[in-house]
Design a binder for this molecule. Structure first.
Ligand code: SF4
Length: 98
């Protein structure tokens, strides 16, 4: 039996159950030279996927726990996670894949 708690264990397969599985990673990670309008559109579309994801809570907890710097995780942007952590600095786009 696995230990209870909101955080994933190392061997958890929660990402396999994410609503974004099979989605284009470019929706969740900013491409180079993305302007503000493109970013808002992309983030809104990604958040719409996260909104009905069955592992959203675990995904967000994972991103916060690991200090994930890039991408949409659990319906939050990197800026939103930084702000919730009390940190304020800009992030650069990166071609990071989940
Ligand atoms: S919450 Fe969003 S980013 Fe996380 S697994 Fe679900 S769809 Fe993917």
């Amino acid at each position: 039996r696995k230990a209870p708690g909101p955080y994933p264990l190392p061997d958890d397969d929660w990402q396999e159950r994410g609503a974004c599985r099979g989605a284009n990673p470019a929706l969740f990670f900013a491409p180079d030279n993305e302007n503000n309008q493109q970013r808002r559109f992309r983030e809104t579309a990604a958040k719409a996927v996260c909104a009905h994801c069955p592992v959203r809570t675990v995904c967000r907890a994972y991103a916060e726990q690991t200090g994930e710097l890039y991408g949409i995780w659990g319906g939050t942007t990197e800026r939103e996670r930084m702000q919730s952590n009390g940190r304020h600095h800009s992030t650069a786009a990166a071609g990071v894949r989940k």
